[in-house]
Design a protein around this ligand. Structure first.
Ligand code: SAJ
Length: 414
């Protein structure tokens, strides 16, 4: 049998590579010619541990091939981005629609089409409709029609960046067919490599399950972040407080931080809010609490600069050096996208006219928008900076701390 994966990003490429490693012929499709060329050379264009080895082997052995134009296959997995539309928080399904346009000419009776992209409730039915519109000669599943030519299911990915290659295989998988028969076909496909359980439900519940998992985490992080702001007002150490409360057998509070980053947790809850704005009050408020945290940290930095000026009346703000420790969106990764730490560092550079030193042990160079700042080793920043702003609890920062200057610690490790 053959499989086509549409979208060769953080989810599509690992998925394509793992199927190919099980000796299934995989055609990867992406609009990005450079990514396609890179993959066909047996290399990768994204950062994920162990992915390079699996892709290299799959391409060399001839089981994985990338292309920009969709080809016929027995099954299609759609793993394209589902971002926001412009600046509001409405989901943008245009990449799914484009994927439908790409595969509809090569669809044939008996094919299975799986949507893996994190999607608002109803997106899988919408995908079926787009495909049906493009191919009136084929029949598509309605909720109770088991005899359709094409089978459709939603099987959201739930892997943790940095652990994708292990979690793809080990995690349980939610399989949401539009009909029961669609689910059975999808389970058979995933069972080629998934060692976790494949749990069957319908497409709408599968969509909501994925959104629920990330909203659960977002709401719990918001609780921790709100506590950190409450404790600051009440002169209580929030880290100690959480440790104490977590000794209760049924309490498990997460860790406050500079805000919530990444591509999923800060996005997915809005897909629930935009469908049911009147009901999703807690989920919306959690998003707002987490999104307000970077501003709160920046305010702490402003206060620290003012305190430093008061203690050093002979200096001007131009003489004050601020160091930011960590730019990634979470500890011990090199991913700077959608990172609250990065956005805080950028805003400090805008508001502060003195030196800003940036420390990020996991990257070699700074993105263009930060190029006016200096990327330094943490020892240099410890020695030179007057204000030390800890933004990510990387391993390297847990092992050492600055011995002088004012500390603004958003992760409670110093
Ligand atoms: N964070 C905190 N405090 C905490 C835990 C996390 O502030 O106690 C912050 C992190 O620093 C980071 C953000 O939250 O900025 C998100 O990090 P994360 O590790 O919670 O999650 P992601 O975005 O790397 O991956 C999540 C995972 N979802 C869940 O754990 C429910 C992953 O399993 C999903 O597959 C992924 O989203 C996704 O693709 O949806």
């Amino acid at each position: 049998s053959s499989l086509s994966v549409i979208g060769l990003g953080y989810i599509g490429l690992p998925t394509a590579a793992v199927f190919a490693s099980r000796k299934i012929k995989v055609i990867g499709v992406d609009v990005n010619q450079k990514a396609v060329d890179t993959i066909n050379q047996g290399k990768i264009h994204i950062v994920e541990p162990d992915l390079d080895i699996v892709v290299h082997a799959a391409v060399t052995e001839g089981f994985l091939k990338a292309t920009t134009v969709a080809e016929a296959a027995d099954a299609f997995i759609v793993a394209v981005p589902t971002p926001f539309k412009g600046d509001n928080h409405e989901p943008d399904l245009s990449y799914i629609q484009a994927a439908c346009q790409a595969i509809s000419p090569v669809l044939a009776k008996g094919n299975l089409v799986i949507l893996e992209s994190t999607s608002p409730v109803g997106a899988t039915e919408q995908m079926a409709q787009w495909l049906a519109d493009a191919r009136p000669d084929l029949t598509f599943p309605q909720t109770h029609d088991e005899q359709s030519d094409i089978r459709i299911a939603h099987c959201p990915e739930r892997v943790l960046p940095g652990h994708v290659m292990r979690e793809l295989i080990e995690n349980d998988r939610v399989i949401g067919g539009i009909t029961a028969r669609c689910s059975d076909y999808a389970v058979a496909l995933y069972k080629t490599f998934v060692q976790g359980e494949c749990v069957i439900t319908n497409a709408r519940t599968a969509e909501m399950a994925k959104l629920t998992e990330n909203s659960f985490r977002d709401v719990n992080i918001a609780f921790a972040n709100e506590l950190s702001m409450i404790c600051d007002k009440l002169d209580i150490n929030v880290w100690e407080l959480i440790k104490l409360a977590n000794r209760h057998p049924r309490v498990n509070i997460l860790q406050p931080g500079p805000g919530v980053g990444g591509h999923c947790i800060a996005v997915d809850p809005w897909f629930i809010v935009s469908k049911t704005p009147e009901q999703a009050r807690l989920i919306r408020t959690a998003r707002e609490v987490n999104d307000s945290k970077p501003e709160w940290v920046i305010n702490k930095v402003k206060i620290a600069i003012a305190d430093f000026m008061q203690a050093n009346p002979d200096k001007t703000t131009k003489d004050v050096s601020v160091a930011c420790y960590g730019l990634a969106f979470k500890p011990d990764i090199d991913d700077l996208r959608e990172s609250p730490a990065l956005s805080i560092a950028q805003q400090i550079m805008t508001l502060h006219n003195g030196a800003v030193l940036l420390v990020e042990p996991n990257v070699q160079s700074l993105p263009a928008k930060l190029s006016s700042a200096e990327l330094v080793e943490f020892e240099t920043a410890f020695a030179q900076a007057d204000i030390h702003v800890l933004l990510v609890d990387h391993k390297a920062f847990k092992a050492a701390k600055p011995s002088h200057g004012i500390i603004v610690d958003s992760k409670g490790i110093w």
